[in-house]
Design a protein around this ligand. Structure first.
Ligand code: GLN
Length: 192
C-alpha cells in the first residue's frame, strides 16, 4: 500500500509522519506524475483557497479529479473543503464529494477547540470504540450531506464534522495532529 499526501501547502508533513508510524509507504504529491502508483491520497489542513490556487497553477486539478474517481481520497479540514462540491463561495474546488461546507464556521483562530466525539465507523479498526479526541482549528462545518454521502461524526448539537461517500472521506478536524491513528487506519481500509 502506498499513500500520497498533497504537499502544496498546510500540514502535509504530519500526515506523512503518521502514515510512516503505522508502517505505510507515504509520498509527497506536488505534480501530476506523483499520483502514479498511489492507492490513495490525503489532502491536508491548511488554507483551502491557497491549496486550490496552487493546484490550479501546477495543473493538478484534472489529474486530482481523475485520481479521485478511481481511488480513495481523504481531506482533513482545508482538504475537506477542497474535496467538496460546494463551499458557498468562489474558489477552486475538486467538486467531488456531495457535501456543502461552511468555512471558518466556528469563528476565528482563537475559537479553535478540542472535543471528544463518538465515531461508530472507527469500530471497524478498533472494536473498543473509545471516544475520538478531535482537534478543530479554524475548522469548517459540513452543513449538509447529499446523494451518496453519509455523516460519520457529529458534534453534541448534531452538526456534522465528518462524512464519507464511497472511497471519499472528509473530516473537519485534524487526526494528523494527534497520536490516535484510528482515522488513518480507517482510511487504509477504504484504500485497500
Ligand atoms: N480555515 C481554513 C480554510 O477555510 C481551514 C483551516 C484548517 O485547515 N485547519 O481553508
Amino acid at each position: 500500500m502506498k499513500i500520497g499526501v498533497l504537499a502544496l501547502q498546510g500540514d502535509f508533513a504530519e500526515h506523512i509522519v503518521m502514515l510512516r508510524r503505522i508502517g505505510v509507504e507515504a509520498a509527497e504529491v506536488r505534480l501530476p506524475e506523483h499520483l502514479q502508483g498511489l492507492d490513495g491520497l490525503i489532502m491536508p489542513g491548511g488554507e483551502s483557497t491557497t491549496i486550490g490556487k496552487l493546484a490550479t497553477a501546477y495543473q493538478l486539478m484534472e489529474p486530482l479529479r481523475a485520481f479521485g474517481r478511481q481511488k480513495a481520497m481523504w481531506g482533513t479540514c482545508a482538504g475537506a473543503i477542497f474535496l467538496s462540491k460546494d463551499a458557498r463561495r468562489q474558489q477552486p474546488l475538486l467538486g467531488l464529494m456531495d457535501i456543502q461546507v461552511e468555512r471558518n464556521a466556528f469563528g476565528r483562530q482563537v475559537d479553535s477547540f478540542e472535543i471528544d466525539l463518538e465515531v461508530p465507523a472507527l469500530r471497524q479498526v478498533d472494536p473498543q470504540g473509545q471516544p475520538y479526541h478531535a482537534i478543530f482549528i479554524r475548522a469548517p462545518l459540513i452543513e449538509s450531506v447529499t446523494g451518496e454521502a453519509l455523516a460519520l461524526a457529529k458534534l453534541p448539537d448534531g452538526r456534522i464534522v465528518a462524512a464519507q461517500q464511497g472511497r471519499w472521506l472528509a473530516t473537519a478536524f485534524h487526526p494528523e495532529l494527534t497520536l490516535d491513528d484510528r482515522f488513518h487506519r480507517y482510511f487504509l481500509t477504504m484504500a485497500g
